[in-house]
Unconditional design. Structure first.
Length: 145
């Protein structure tokens, strides 16, 4: 998943608000791009891979998250503005992601993103570093950030 977005609030929130994902509940079933205290995360309902460092408020970023087959700790990657960022996972489990409708701007009925979301892309495979960098360069020119 990739999105160009900015957080509009005056502070980050702790409830894992989501920029985008799929609308299903259940540990290890869901999939969303969340933000926790300003740190992008690939979230699988209670299991997640989360970036080490927070982003700045009210700044536009391209954020991409990828997941290969296998455990969360070893197969997730987060990219910010085309560059891989440090992160860590809280589970050695492999999620069982279930098909569901795509949603933008929320994780569930109480975790809305206070954000502007300019571009959303869902993929049925993990993008390569080169593809993410190409998309970043295109988005940077298109959205002037």
């Amino acid at each position: 998943m990739c999105a160009v977005a900015s957080w509009d609030g005056d502070a980050w929130i702790h409830e894992y608000p989501s920029y985008m994902g799929i609308d299903i509940k259940g540990t290890g079933l869901g999939l969303s791009m969340t933000m926790y205290d300003g740190r992008p995360a690939l979230d699988f309902w209670n299991y997640r891979f989360i970036a080490t460092n927070p982003l700045e408020l009210k700044r536009i970023y391209q954020i991409c998250v990828t997941k290969q087959k296998g455990s969360i700790k070893s197969t997730c990657t987060i990219y910010v503005n085309g560059k891989e960022v440090a992160g860590s996972g809280n589970s050695d489990n492999a999620p069982n992601i279930t098909d569901s409708k795509a949603v933008v701007g929320r994780l569930d009925e109480r975790r809305w993103a206070n954000a502007k979301i300019y571009n959303v892309k869902y993929y049925n495979r993990a993008l390569t570093k080169e593809e993410i960098n190409t998309n970043y360069n295109f988005d940077k020119e298109r959205f002037n950030f």
